[in-house]
Design a protein around this ligand. Sequence first.
Ligand SMILES: Cc1cc2nc3c(=O)[nH]c(=O)nc-3n(C[C@H](O)[C@H](O)[C@H](O)COP(=O)(O)OP(=O)(O)OC[C@H]3O[C@@H](n4cnc5c(N)ncnc54)[C@H](O)[C@@H]3O)c2cc1C
Length: 494
Amino acid sequence: MQHFDAIVVGAGFGGLGAALRLAERGARVCVSEALTYPGGCASTFTRGGRRYEAGATLFSGLGPDQLFGRWSRQHRMDYEVDWVDPVVTLRGPFGELPVLRDREAFIERLCHFPQAPVGALRAFFDAQRRIADTLWSLFDTPASLPPWTASALANHTLSALRYAPLAAVVGRPLAKVLDYPRLRGFAPFETWARALCQITVQCSPDEVEAPFALAALDYAWRGTGHVRGGIGQLASALVGAIERAGGQVRFADRVSALEQGSMGWRVRSRRGEATAPVVLCNAAPGVVRRLAGLEGDAGHGLARLEARVATGWGASMQYLTLAPGDVHEAPHHVECVADASLPFEEGNHIFVSIGDADERGRRSATVSTHVRPAPSEPPADYFARVQATMTRTLSLRAPEVAARVEARMTGSPRTFERFTGRPGGFVGGVPRRAGLHNYTTLSPTTVAEGLYLVGDAVFPGQSTLATALGGHRAADAAITVIERASGRGLRPAQ
Ligand SMILES: Cc1cc2nc3c(=O)[nH]c(=O)nc-3n(C[C@H](O)[C@H](O)[C@H](O)COP(=O)(O)OP(=O)(O)OC[C@H]3O[C@@H](n4cnc5c(N)ncnc54)[C@H](O)[C@@H]3O)c2cc1C
C-alpha cells in the first residue's frame, strides 16, 4: 500500500488548487479523479471528435499578478488566454450592452442610454469599486483571506480602515445598498446586475449578500478571459504543474471509502488503497459524509452544508455545433434575456459561449441556464420545456448564432450528477443569500482531524478562481498536520 503526505479526492479546480499548493510546498501528494480528464464542472470533453466546454467558459484570475497568472509563470504552464473584448455582450428587451474590458468605457456606455440616471450610476460604481478593490485584493493574496490565524488577524487589523466601507453593506441585500434603489427601473443596468448576480453568486440583487455581489459585479475586470481551446487546457496545465512539482494525478480512480485509523486516513479507490495523514475532498458534502461514514453528530456540519447546497441550482445545457461563419470571428460570449419581467432562469436567461474554430471553420458553443433540480412537474416535461425556452431565447436574442446550429446535444442536472458525482446535479455552490451566516464558515472547512473539504460548497466557493483559492488555503492549513505526522518541515508559505 502506498503512503502519501496528502491525498486529494477529485481533480476539479478545488482539488487541483489544493494539490498544486501542497506539491509546491514539498508535500508528497496524490490526486484521485473518477473521470478520465480533469476540471469537473470546468472541463472540456470530446464527443464525436468535437471538443465542448462542459459548463464554465469565462474565467477570472488569469492576470499576471493573480493566482492563475502567478502559477502559470512559476510552473511554466502551457495554455493561452484570449482577452476577449467585449468580455460579454448582454442582450435583452432594452437592446444590447457590451461589457467592455475597460470599466470606465463600460460605465460611459451605460450613461449614454436614453434617460440614464447618470449621477446615480457614477455614485454607485464609485462606491462599488472601493468595496470590490478591497475584496479582490484578498483574492489576489490567498494567505490574507481570513483563516483566523494570528498573522492573518494582525494583517487584517492593520488594514482595518480599508474594510470600513464594508460595515454599511454587510448583512444586507445588494438591492438595498449604495445607490442601487435609485437605479431601479433603468433597464440596461438592472438587467446587467440581475444577470451577473445570477451567474456568479447564484441569486438576485433582492436576495444576495451585498459584499459578495459588489465584488462579483467586477467580474469582467479582474483578469478575465477565455482559455484558448477550452478550460480543459488550464485544468490539464495544472495537472502538468502538479506532476512536475512531484505530485501524482490518477485518472479513472474513483474513491469509494475513507477510513480513519492509526496511520491517518486509509483511502480506498478503484486502483487500490493508500494512506495519508491528510485528505482533501473535492466532492459534494453529502458524498464526503458517505465516503467517510460520518453519520449522526459526526456528520452534522456536512449535513447542514448539504442542505444549503440543496437551496441552489442545477444547470440545463445545450452543446452546439455551429456551421462555419466569419473566419475572423474570435471566441465570444453572449448573455441573453428574453423577458426581463420574468425570473432570470429556466431558459429565459441563457449564457452562450462560442469557442475557437476547427480547421474547417466549425465552432462548438456551450449554452447554459439555471434550473431547479427537483421541479414540481414531472422532470422529463420540465427539462423539455426548459430546453424549448432556451432554443427560443437563442433565436430571439442571438439569431446569428441560432441560424448556424448544425447539431445540438442537451444536458441536465442528471448529466452533471453522472459526470461530476454531484448528488441531485446541484452546481455552482451555495447561493449567497443575505445574512451574517455567510461569514460563519470562513476558515478552511475541516470535517474531522486531517480531513478537509474543498470546492464550491465552501468559502470562497463559486467559480474556478474561488475554488482554486479555497484549495490553496485548505492546503496551507493542512501543512501543520502533515509536518506533525511526518516529523519533517515543509517549505514555508510564500
Ligand atoms: C453551467 C455552469 C457554468 C459555469 N460557468 C462558470 C464560468 O464561466 N466561470 C467560472 O469561473 N465558473 C463557472 N462555473 C462554476 C465553476 O465551474 C464551479 O464553481 C467550479 O468549477 C467547481 O469546482 P469544484 O472543484 O468545486 O468541483 P467540480 O468541478 O465538481 O469537481 C469535482 C471533481 O471531483 C471528482 N469526484 C467527485 N467524487 C469523486 C470520487 N468519489 N472519487 C474521485 N473523484 C471524484 C469529479 O469527477 C470532479 O472532477 C460554472 C458552473 C456551471 C455548472
